[in-house]
Design a protein around this ligand. Sequence first.
Ligand code: NAI
Length: 480
Amino acid sequence: MVKICCIGAGYVGGPTMAMIALKCPNIQVVVVDISKPRIAAWNSDELPIYEPGLDAVVKACRGKNLFFSTDVEKHVAEADIVFVSVNTPTKTRGLGAGKAADLTYWESAARMIADVSKSDKIVVEKSTVPVKTAEAIEKILTHNKKGINFQILSNPEFLAEGTAIEDLAKPDRVLIGGRETPGGQKAVEALKAVYAHWVPEDRILTTNLWSAELSKLAANAFLAQRISSINAMSALCESTGADVSEVAYAVGKDSRIGPKFLNASVAFGGSCFQKDILNLVYICECNGLPEVAHYWKQVVQINDYQKTRFVKRVVSSMFNTVSGKKIAILGFAFKKDTGDTRETPAIDVCHGLLGDKAHLSIYDPQVTEDQIKRDLSMNKFDWDHPLHLQPQSPTAFKQVSVVWDAYEATKDAHGVCIITEWEEFKKLDYQRIYDNMQKPAFIFDGRNVLNVEELRKIGFIVYSIGKPLDPWVKDLQVSI
Ligand code: NAI
């Protein structure tokens, strides 16, 4: 029986390994992590991450050929294939701080693999890493262990949170990069054989190591670029009276462009886009390509601009101050169908409003009060550095309450901000919400999920990203 061990039981390691276990009953899969609570949760009925369909997949194989353990060294030592899916955050200090990838977790995993291995292994980069990381990893592995053959493969993950199970079951492609040596190609074939249990062969792409590493960064940069492009257009739509949804539809009908990823919004979030683009920017700078670096940096800058623009719209519409006003924040996760809050635009929007002394009442169906408060108390980029988390400051939260119901959040509020596109927010009784709010009642739809006309009929003053402005909002705008 082939034995797989995956280091890192997170949003990628957990679901990816569960799918491999489901599709390959003849392979034993052990997911290991240094976090005891995370592993305990994977072994319980309350999985540590919310992902539609994940429960069923885990339940089908856990205890049969899928195991979760904190005994990292034992399972790494026993494995034939070791996936490494640990976090690769943005560096917060030192050379490249704020841009470069921090490979501390990766390096310590590699050193541990070198230390405990007694047999040949294929080591698979599942984490998103800077191009050429495999070279560094190879050096760590081969210098620390004489006589053991390690083959490094790059197998970046393209799943999207919220649709991870669908994406894993029917991937657009699986990408495997390896050395162009006989040993490297043999390793590529071995990993290909794992995916071939359920992925059609023409969807399994093989490349050299560097192409595979760079393709992941490039894919995320292209995806994020589409969002920043439509968000940049949304600002122009508001100024000209065009409707961004109509523009996106018309543009997306061009088969060369296509309709996906053209929804204007308050901004993109998530653990990957910003981090991976900043990493790409840093790599370009290090390779003497400042123009290319500048080009990609704009994608992140437009994203920051969009969040600032949203906050300015809220404040300027509400008579240029939200001081002492109650604002309901509906949605905190970075997108629907996940409880993940990493780099969620909600954090920057909340900080912006708190800076203007608003009182926030926050509701998200999948995010706990603890998580929200931790997110609002952390420094930028610290969220992905479990080792240097800042202590919480209880006084910072006097202006924040977290509630478990959208009606409770909006009761007596002056304004409502929709930050996550949860389906349930489309179905709320907005007449009831309006009746229980202070007047004039404002709604700021950061996801364009609400019916603007119906809300205006009820009496709301509505701002929806990239849509023709409510006369009220237009009259009160300072320059944005
Ligand atoms: P995560 O933070 O959810 O999981 C990483 C896990 O690795 C944590 O549970 C941590 O405790 C564990 N870990 C860190 N160092 C360890 C060590 N030395 N030994 C054992 N466990 C260790 O991160 P996530 O979201 O799963 O991301 C992992 C990688 O995959 C990152 O490089 C990310 O960029 C990439 N990625 C993430 C995607 C996403 O949607 N979240 C999609 C595609 C790639």
